[in-house]
Design a protein. Structure first.
Lengths: 177, 246
């Protein structure tokens, strides 16, 4: 848990050295830009089942046995009981922070949780459990700047790990690249 | 590149078929994914693609994946789709074709799909020696015209376009028997593909923005912008709405 923070701190330091260019903006700063989304390691790793909920950002779909799964982008996976295929119904939501991809085999869901690969045992759909976590299986979210060029909010490593960059409006953005 | 992506999408559909077959032989059941997945399971291996690498995890012990190989495949990789004994990996600029005869050591065979034939951003499904792709022109994918295209893929590395059908803003696609389901911004299109290279539009269901589709036995599972629409496709050409799940 400390290593990512250290890395984030280092990145933040680098950013301060040459990433941020406050007061050096030729144009008036945009009021729409990317801001870092922070999480503590504990928040990031918190995978849990909750009651069925409305789909916010419709994501990828997967069919497995009597179940259908649908990713809710960056939130987790909706579980749909399709045993009675003419009366399917949502039965729960698996919270997986910053999940976007998954596949299913046997009794297991393989999913990304930010940049970790996690294996979730769904033998008991009412009690899914993480049985394996491969840390940093996928590329780290850039801790310094968003992929898109332009204005962004300078990240503050003290606030945690940057798990995503999201568009926001109505603030002053001091960084640009 | 777009061709590659198309192929990848095609591959996703294909994957579902391939995986079901494999499931039968191995006694393990793998589900069906849509045509835009970046995780793909083939047999005892999980293949993932990120921005620049293809990773191979052994899931012989399903609860304990082990990273077996990391293969650099270029930049801006977007999709992965297993088809037959190949992996199609689509990037923003090219489509790579890997052999997985040795599952833990994917070997690059070619990047031969020409961008003129199938472009990178396009969902693709394959059926035997025919592939269908949707080519969408808006967004980052470019192109001059949005179409549904049919390709002869007897030689997987050299698809030949045989037919095209204009569609306004298509996304994922999938097929069941002689019905091809194409997602579009303004609805779900059903094509009759009894004659593989002359798809006939037989029905439009204009009730939402369709993004991806999985034909799953007699149910058609559709990702739509606000959730999921499910149809009964006991009659392949006449999908009957089961419910909308939001």
């Amino acid at each position: 848990m400390r290593r990512p923070l250290l890395i984030a701190s280092g990145i933040g330091l680098c950013l301060c050295l040459y990433g941020c260019t406050p007061n050096d903006l030729p144009d008036s700063p945009a009021d729409t830009a990317y801001v870092p989304v922070y999480m503590s390691a504990a928040e990031k790793n918190n995978i849990s089942l909750s009651t069925a909920r409305i789909t916010e950002r419709s994501g990828k779909i997967y069919a497995y046995g009597n179940y259908i799964f649908q990713n809710d982008q960056n939130k987790g996976i909706h579980i749909i009981d399709n045993a009675d295929r003419l009366h399917p119904r949502k039965i729960g939501f698996l919270n997986i922070p910053y999940n976007t991809e998954f596949a299913v085999k046997g009794h297991y869901i393989y999913a990304n949780n930010v940049n970790d690969l996690v294996v979730i045992d769904i033998r008991d759909m009412n009690n899914p459990s993480v049985v394996k976590r491969l840390e940093d299986a996928f590329p780290y979210v850039n801790q310094q700047y968003p992929l898109e060029a332009g204005y962004f909010e300078c990240p503050d490593p003290a606030k945690g790990i940057v798990v995503a960059w999201e568009v926001q409006t109505g603030k002053t953005f001091n960084c640009r690249r | 590149m777009k061709q590659l992506l198309s192929f990848v999408l095609l591959s996703v559909v294909l994957l579902a078929v391939v995986q079901c077959n494999k499931a039968t032989s191995s006694g393990k059941f793998t589900g069906s994914g849509g045509s835009t997945a970046r995780f793909a399971i083939s047999g005892d291996h999980l293949y993932t693609v990120d921005k620049s690498n293809l990773k191979v995890f052994s899931i012989a012990d399903a609860a304990d994946p082990v990273l077996k190989n990391t293969v650099p495949v270029g930049f801006e990789i977007e999709t992965i789709y297993p088809f037959k004994d190949k992996l199609f990996i689509g990037s923003t600029s090219v489509v790579h074709i890997f052999s997985v005869d040795d599952p833990e050591n994917p070997q690059k065979l070619s990047t031969a799909i020409s961008p003129e034939v199938i472009r990178r951003c396009d969902p693709v499904v394959a059926k035997d020696t025919v592939a269908y792709a949707t080519l969408r022109t808006n967004g980052v994918c470019g192109g001059a015209q949005s179409i549904l295209a049919a390709y002869d893929i007897k030689d997987l590395t050299k698809p030949v376009q045989k037919a095209s059908y204009p569609v306004s803003e298509p996304y994922g696609l999938g097929y069941a028997d002689t019905a091809l389901y194409v997602c579009n911004r303004d609805g779900l299109y059903v094509f009759n593909i009894s004659s593989a290279f002359s798809p006939q539009l037989t029905k439009k269901i204009s009730d939402g923005w369709y993004l991806d589709v999985i034909p799953y036995y007699n149910t058609l599972i559709c990702q739509v912008q606000d959730g999921m629409n499910l149809f009964d496709i006991s009659n392949r050409m006449e999908p009957g709405l089961i419910t909308k799940i939001k």
